[in-house]
Design a protein around this ligand. Structure first.
Ligand code: HPA
Ligand code: ZN
Length: 335
């Protein structure tokens, strides 16, 4: 079996991580004080209380509650330095936990819609990536996530605004996140078509146990042409879909994360089943600041113990992540 020391020593990669979801209550309070935000008048305990979501009994409502907390904290990020500091704190943690490579998602619309310039978001994040690489040798790339509960026009305008950063290679991929109910992948066909033309690598969320999840996963591969699916656990309900994902080598970025009210890792048996089906499934922390599971390095030994995973299985999750990573050419040989 894979013990904590084995998990710590594994070279790790993280493909599903929202930078806005890395903010812990303490980080939120520090940003609120610095930016003179109303949250500065709250105590740390009061902010921690807002992180107690979920457990409604409905996966849709739980996701909505989680997103309310997530987007409630997002307005603490407003300057280039806020983005730089937040990304650097995450990369520092990667370095300490043996995460050698990370693909970091960010939600530009949630910032630009508040008047934060796209340049401050992207340049702040990208400068942290350069600093992290130079200081710790941790490699990372950026994924621009479209908020699926906003309009297609807003998504297309966001692609236009981000085009200069895509052209110079500062953004590697496009994702799709936020509230899935009523916002199927099929809504974004035109957005994905344009992004593909601009050279983006493509992924999209199909969150766990959402209505029509299987249908959404099919839409992602057939209509959007994604190479990866974020979550995608419900593929297990359709044998034809499993076969299709296996043949395509689609990477599925699963998150066995747990909330404050959950005593244990979640979704572990389904993630094991995905591995046993030969799917390219990986383990990720998603929103380590919001979720009790925390960072990848902290979560992995708990998942290994709870699922009684062998060393070979834990290593396979990590190998899958490096294989699913959007690294081209000679860099990949380093892994
Ligand atoms: N699902 C959808 N949107 C998100 C998530 C998630 O898990 N985390 C941050 N934005
Ligand atoms: Zn996510």
């Amino acid at each position: 079996l894979a013990d904590a020391a084995f998990c710590a020593a594994l070279p790790k990669a993280e493909l599903h991580l929202h930078i806005e979801g890395t903010l812990t209550p303490a980080q939120k309070l520090a940003l609120a004080r610095r930016n003179r935000h109303a949250m500065a008048s709250m105590t740390l305990e009061q902010i921690e209380q807002t992180h107690h979501f979920g457990g409604s009994g409905s996966p849709e409502v739980d996701l909505k509650q989680m997103l309310d907390c997530y987007y409630g904290g997002i307005e603490l990020l407003s300057t280039r330095s806020d983005f730089f500091d937040t990304a650097l704190a995450y990369l520092d943690q990667c370095h300490r936990e043996g995460v050698r490579y990370a693909e970091i998602s960010f939600d530009p619309q949630a910032h630009t819609s508040r008047g934060v310039p796209m340049a401050d978001v992207v340049v702040g994040l990208y400068e942290a990536l350069q600093y992290g690489r130079a200081t710790w040798g941790v490699q990372a790339q950026l994924i621009l996530c479209i908020n699926r509960d906003r309009s297609v026009d807003s998504a297309l305008a966001t692609l236009d605004e981000a085009a200069p950063y895509r052209e110079c290679g500062w953004i590697v991929g496009l994702g799709l996140d936020s509230n899935e109910a009523g916002n199927p992948p099929s809504k974004f066909v035109e957005v994905y078509r344009r992004a593909r033309e601009q050279g983006y690598r493509l992924t999209a969320h199909c969150d766990v146990d959402q209505v029509d999840s299987v249908k959404h996963i099919w839409q992602c591969i057939e209509l959007l042409g994604v190479e990866r699916i974020d979550h995608g656990i419900n593929c297990l309900e359709d044998p034809d879909l499993i076969e299709q994902l296996r043949q395509r080598g689609t990477c599925l970025t699963a998150c066995p994360t747990w909330r404050l009210r959950d005593p244990q890792p979640r979704r572990v048996e389904r993630i094991r089943a995905m591995l046993q089906h030969g799917l390219r499934v990986t383990i990720n922390s998603d929103d380590p600041g919001l979720l009790a599971s925390g960072t990848l390095g902290r979560m992995l030994p708990r998942v290994a113990a709870h699922g009684r995973f062998t060393r070979a299985e834990m290593a396979q999750f990590c190998r899958n992540a490096f294989q699913g990573a959007w690294i081209d050419g000679p860099t990949q040989a380093a892994y």
